[in-house]
Design a protein around this ligand. Structure first.
Ligand code: UDP
Length: 235
């Protein structure tokens, strides 16, 4: 298996073709963006931490029967993955009120939700990733109603697995974003699971240990990413 031409460059990752048409390589960058690309910067070693954590978490989820695009950790910044036709829906799971739930609906930040909430966003930077429901997603032809139901079920299952897992590492999983895609007619979890896509708060102090440190200029951004890796992977 050989790394071939770059297929795509996103905000945090590059994607490369390989000599196997069913496989691609995700290469994780240190670039950080927020507010739909308006705020830009670099977080030292972020690409390494996010790749290592994502590989670890995909392996963990696979052990519970969740099907993911993860194949192999190739290097500190590179993950070998099954190629996906990405479903243009961002699925957000929430356990504690934060971020847009506070800004849009007036929840008090830190309020524990009585049950997890699933939200769907249209994956479209030009439109600013707007919130939508299942009917919008189906009418836009992004996925069938059955596929959307499956995706929401998977996201709910992933949330219950990861919430308990992180709590065992003294981290509250506040909320996170997932992306799914199709590989040979099978829906797999794709993208990454990292402090770029999850909110993590320290279990006892609620200290923010994720990209909110970058978004809100809280400082010690690199340290927070390394701290999450240390708690989760012991390295
Ligand atoms: N999120 C993400 N990518 C996005 C939007 C959100 O990874 O394009 C993650 C974000 O890090 C958080 C969760 O999804 O863990 C919920 O984000 P929210 O809707 O609160 O939006 P934000 O406050 O990040 O704009």
């Amino acid at each position: 298996m050989q790394k071939l031409q770059q297929l795509y460059e996103g905000k945090a990752k590059k994607v490369f073709a390989t000599s196997d048409p069913d496989l691609i390589i995700q290469e994780f960058k240190d670039d950080a963006t927020a507010f739909n690309g308006v705020k830009r910067g670099q977080i030292a070693e972020k690409g390494i931490v996010n790749n290592q954590l994502s590989c670890h978490l995909f392996r963990y989820l696979e052990s519970f029967g969740i099907k993911t695009h993860f194949v192999e950790e190739l290097s500190p910044r590179e993950m070998l993955c099954k190629s996906l036709k990405i479903i243009k829906v961002e699925v957000v799971m929430r356990n504690i009120a934060a971020g847009s739930l506070v800004k849009r609906l007036g929840f008090t930040e830190g309020t524990e939700l009585p049950y997890p909430i699933v939200e769907l966003y249209l994956k479209d930077d030009a439109l600013g990733d707007p919130l939508m429901n299942d009917m919008h997603a189906a009418l836009l032809g992004l996925a069938s109603p059955d596929e959307l139901e499956f995706i929401k079920q998977q996201a709910t299952k992933i949330n219950s697995i990861l919430k308990d897992y992180f709590l065992g590492k003294d981290l509250k999983l506040v909320d996170f974003k997932l992306e799914f895609g199709k590989h040979k007619d099978e829906i797999l979890l794709g993208d990454e699971i990292s402090p770029d896509t999850c909110r993590f708060w320290d279990k006892s102090t609620n200290k923010k240990l994720d990209k909110d440190r970058f978004r809100q200029d809280l400082g010690n951004v690199e340290d927070a990413y390394i701290e999450v890796r240390h708690r989760v992977m012991g390295v």
